[in-house]
Each structure stands twice: as structure tokens, then as C-alpha cells.
Design a protein around this ligand. Structure first.
Ligand code: ZN
Length: 84
């Protein structure tokens, strides 16, 4: 994942297009959470993901919150899902 907003992919020079990522899963310390509805720019060639300014930080905070919740509720082994 890249933080920079660009009109062309820095990996392959391809075109990046705004896209809503349906679901992104994150795993940490055996806990798994997923976030849906993430808006990002995605390269049409190599699928590199670029977040809008502040987007990556907001996502990190959302994911951290989910992991904190998952830890607190570890007796429920289910999956936590959040929409941003
Ligand atoms: Zn690319």
C-alpha cells in the first residue's frame, strides 16, 4: 500500500482509477478483522493501491480500533467488520 496520490502508478506507470475496495482483511496476533468500503486509487495494471491524503491514516486508525475491540472481546472468536 502506498500513501502517495498520483495520476500514474509509480510501480508500473499504469493508470490509477478511483475504486471502492469491497473488503480488506487484516490479521494481527492471530486476530482477524476486515474493513469494507475503503475508497482508494487502484492501478488498472498491477493493482497497486494508493490512498487519498489522510486516507491511509484513517484506515490505520479504524483497523487499530477494530483490533482493540477484537482483543477486548477475544472470548468471541468471531470476525469484526467495520465500514468506513
Ligand atoms: Zn501499477
Amino acid at each position: 500500500m502506498k500513501n502517495f496520490l498520483r495520476s500514474a502508478c509509480s510501480e508500473c506507470g499504469g493508470t490509477v482509477r478511483p475504486r471502492t475496495i469491497i473488503t480488506q482483511e487484516f490479521e494481527r496476533e492471530g486476530l482477524r478483522v476486515s474493513v469494507s468500503g475503503i475508497r482508494a486509487l487502484v492501478c488498472t495494471k498491477c493493482d497497486a493501491v494508493y490512498f487519498e491524503p489522510g486516507g491511509a491514516q484513517a484506515l490505520v486508525e479504524a483497523v487499530n480500533s477494530l483490533f482493540a475491540l477484537a482483543k477486548r472481546n477475544q472470548q468471541h472468536k468471531g470476525k469484526l467488520v467495520s465500514a468506513v
